[in-house]
Design a protein around this ligand. Structure first.
Ligand code: HEC
Ligand code: HEC
Ligand code: HEC
Ligand code: HEC
Ligand code: HEC
Ligand code: HEC
Length: 400
C-alpha cells in the first residue's frame, strides 16, 4: 500500500509541476504577447494592422492613425482595454491606468498621444518631454524647457515586439534605420537631449506571466505592492554577501528617462542642486515654466530602495529577480511608477496641487493630490481620530 500511495503522490506532483510549467515562464522573460512579434513564416499577424494595397494610414496601416489602430483591439476586444484603463472581463484596473478613463472616472492627465480624443477632437500628440533638459532643438528663449516632438503609442512600444517588458522600444526598432543606428531610433531622431533605447532595458519579473492588472489582494503584502518589472536596482552576491547595485541605464527609471532624462536621480539629490554630477545622472538646469527661469533644480531621489511601510498601498519595482542575483524577490525599489501611472490617471489636482507648472494638471499621479507623499512622509503628524459622527436614519429612496 505504502509504495503505491507514494507513487500516486509522485504522479500527482509531476502533473502539478507540468501544469505549473505551462502556466509560468522559465525565468525573467520579455513580453511579446498578442500579435506583437515572435512571428513565424506563416504568420497572420501583419493583417491585424497592415493592408498591402488598401491602407488608409501611412506605413500601410489599416487605420488613419496609430491610436485608432491600437484601439481597434485595445478598447474592449482584447483583455487590455487601455482606453478605459481596465482588464476586459475581470474589470481590474490596468497597471498603466488609462488614456480616457482610469479607475472608472475620466482621466485628469495622461500621456497625450496623437489621435486620442481630447475634448472630442483628436489630439495632435505634439508635446514637450519635461525634464529632457536643455532642448537644443528648441528656438532661443525656450532653453531648458525640454525636447518637443509628437507622442504616439509607438513612441514607447514597438508593435512588432521587442526584447523588453511590455514590448517597450529597444535599440533596434526596424526599418528604415536598422539595428546599427540607435540614436536615429530616439523619440526625436538624433536629438542630443534624449537617450538611446536599450535592449532588455526593463525586464519582466519571474512572476509577471502577462499580469496586466493591479490587484491589491494578490499584488500587495500589507501596503507594499509589487510591480511586474525590474528597476535599475538589483541585489547581487559580492563575496557571498547580498549587495545592492545600481545600473542607471537599466530598468523602468531609465526607460522613462529616455525622454525625461534629467529626472533620473541618485540618493541625496534632495539636498544637492541638479548641476551636481554626484547625485544626478544627467546634470543640468531646467526651465519648469514657473517663472524661476532656466536654473538648477532640486529633485526627489529615484534610484534607491525604500525600507519602510507606506501608510497606504504603493507599488515598488522588484529586486533580485535578474539572472545571477541573490535569488530573493523583494519589492522595495523606487520606480517612476511608484508615484505615476504610465498612461493616464483620474486623480484629483486641487488646492495647492492645482496648476503646478509645467504640466498644470494631475501629472499621471497614483493618488489624489499629493497622496503619494503622505504615504511615506510626515507619518507622525496625522490628525487625531475624529469623534464618531451622530447616527442618522437612512432616507428611503423615492419610488418612481
Ligand atoms: C499591432 C499592429 C502591427 C502588427 C501586427 C504589425 N505591424 Fe508593422 N507597423 C505597425 C505600426 C503602427 C507601424 C508604424 C511604425 C511606427 O509608428 O513606429 C508599422 C510599421 C511597419 C513597417 C515600416 C517600419 C518598420 O518598423 O520596419 C514595416 C516594414 C512593417 N510594419 C511590417 C510589418 C510586417 C511584415 C508585419 C507582420 C510580420 C507587421 N508589420 C505587423 C503596426 C503593426
Ligand atoms: C489585432 C489586434 C491588436 C492590435 C491592432 C494591437 N494589439 Fe496590442 N495586443 C493584442 C493582444 C491580443 C495582446 C495580448 C494581451 C491582451 O489580450 O490584451 C496585446 C498586447 C499588447 C501589449 C502588451 C504586450 C506584452 O506582452 O506584455 C502592448 C504593450 C500592446 N499590445 C501595444 C499595442 C500597440 C501600441 C498597438 C498599436 C500600434 C497595438 N497593441 C495594437 C492585440 C492587438
Ligand atoms: C510614455 C510611454 C508610453 C506610451 C505613449 C504608451 N505606453 Fe503603453 N505602457 C507603457 C508602460 C511603461 C507600460 C507598463 C506599465 C506598468 O507595468 O505599470 C505600458 C503598458 C501597456 C499595456 C499593458 C497593460 C498595462 O496597463 O500594463 C498595453 C496593452 C499598452 N501599454 C498599450 C498602449 C497603447 C495602445 C498605447 C497608445 C494608445 C500606449 N500603450 C502608449 C508606456 C507607454
Ligand atoms: C516620489 C514620487 C515621485 C517619483 C518617484 C517620481 N515622480 Fe514625477 N512627479 C511627482 C509629482 C508629485 C509630480 C507633480 C509636480 C510636482 O509636485 O513636482 C510629478 C511630476 C512629473 C512630471 C511633470 C513635470 C513636472 O516636473 O511637474 C514628469 C514629466 C515626471 N514627474 C516624470 C517622472 C519621472 C520620469 C520619474 C522617474 C525618473 C518620476 N517622475 C518619479 C512625483 C514623483
Ligand atoms: C517617448 C518619450 C517619452 C517617454 C519614454 C516617457 N514620456 Fe512622459 N512625457 C512625454 C511627453 C512628450 C510629455 C508631454 C506631453 C504629454 O503630456 O503628452 C510627457 C509628459 C509626462 C508627464 C506629465 C503629464 C501631464 O501632462 O501631467 C509625466 C508625469 C510623465 N510624462 C511621466 C513619465 C513616466 C513615469 C514615464 C515612464 C513610464 C514617461 N513619462 C516616459 C514623453 C515621454
Ligand atoms: C516610496 C516612499 C516615498 C515617497 C512616495 C515619497 N518620498 Fe520623499 N523620500 C523618500 C526617501 C526614502 C527619501 C530619501 C531619498 C534619498 O536617498 O536621498 C526621500 C527624500 C525626500 C526629501 C528630501 C529630504 C532631504 O534630506 O533632502 C523630501 C523633501 C521629500 N522626500 C519629500 C517628498 C514629497 C514632497 C513627496 C511627494 C511628491 C515624496 N517625498 C514622496 C521616500 C518617499
Amino acid at each position: 500500500m505504502r509504495p503505491m500511495k507514494l507513487l500516486a503522490g509522485m504522479v500527482l506532483a509531476a502533473a502539478l509541476l507540468a501544469g505549473v510549467g505551462l502556466a509560468t515562464r522559465a525565468g525573467p522573460a520579455s513580453a511579446n504577447n498578442g500579435p506583437h512579434g515572435n512571428y513565424t513564416l506563416t504568420t497572420a499577424a501583419c493583417a491585424g494592422c497592415h493592408r498591402a494595397h488598401t491602407a488608409v494610414g501611412t506605413d500601410l496601416l489599416k487605420e488613419t492613425n496609430v491610436y485608432a489602430l491600437c484601439t481597434t483591439c485595445h478598447a474592449g476586444s482584447v483583455s487590455t482595454d487601455v482606453v478605459h484603463g481596465f482588464q476586459t472581463g475581470s474589470g481590474l484596473p490596468l497597471n498603466g491606468g488609462g488614456f480616457e478613463q482610469a479607475n472608472n472616472k475620466p482621466v485628469t492627465s495622461s500621456h497625450i498621444v496623437a489621435g486620442m480624443p481630447v475634448s472630442g477632437t483628436p489630439a495632435s500628440g505634439a508635446g514637450t518631454a519635461w525634464g529632457s533638459q536643455n532642448g537644443d532643438n528648441i528656438p532661443v528663449g525656450d532653453l531648458g524647457v525640454g525636447v518637443q516632438g509628437t507622442l504616439e503609442c509607438t513612441s514607447c512600444h514597438n508593435p512588432h515586439g521587442s526584447t523588453n517588458y511590455r514590448i517597450l522600444k529597444d535599440a533596434s526598432n526596424g526599418y528604415p534605420y536598422g539595428p546599427a543606428n540607435a540614436s536615429k531610433h530616439r523619440w526625436v531622431p538624433d536629438n542630443p537631449d534624449l537617450l538611446d533605447w536599450m535592449n532588455s532595458q526593463v525586464v519582466a519579473t519571474v512572476d509577471d506571466n502577462f499580469d496586466y492588472s493591479f490587484n491589491p489582494a494578490s499584488d500587495c503584502v500589507g501596503t507594499k505592492c509589487k510591480m511586474k518589472f525590474t528597476s535599475g536596482i538589483s541585489v547581487v552576491l559580492v563575496g557571498g554577501t547580498p549587495t545592492t547595485q545600481i545600473d542607471t541605464t537599466k530598468g523602468m527609471n531609465a526607460f522613462c528617462a529616455t525622454c525625461h532624462k534629467s529626472y533620473l536621480t541618485l540618493s541625496g539629490s534632495g539636498a544637492a542642486p541638479s548641476t551636481d554630477a554626484t547625485h544626478y545622472v544627467y546634470p543640468g538646469t531646467q526651465d519648469a515654466l514657473d517663472g524661476k527661469g532656466n536654473v538648477a533644480r532640486y529633485r526627489h531621489a529615484v534610484e534607491r530602495t525604500y525600507g519602510g511601510s507606506p501608510q497606504q498601498p504603493l507599488r515598488f519595482a522588484a529586486e533580485g529577480t535578474t539572472p545571477g542575483t541573490a535569488g530573493t524577490v523583494k519589492y522595495d525599489a523606487f520606480s517612476c511608477l511608484t508615484c505615476h501611472y504610465a498612461h493616464g490617471s483620474s486623480s484629483a489636482a486641487t488646492g495647492f496641487a492645482q496648476g503646478v507648472a509645467p504640466a498644470n494638471d494631475s501629472a499621471l499621479l497614483f493618488y489624489d493630490n499629493r497622496g503619494v507623499c503622505i504615504s511615506c512622509h510626515q507619518t507622525d503628524k496625522m490628525a487625531p481620530t475624529p469623534t464618531p459622527a451622530a447616527t442618522s436614519t437612512p432616507v428611503p429612496s423615492p419610488t418612481p
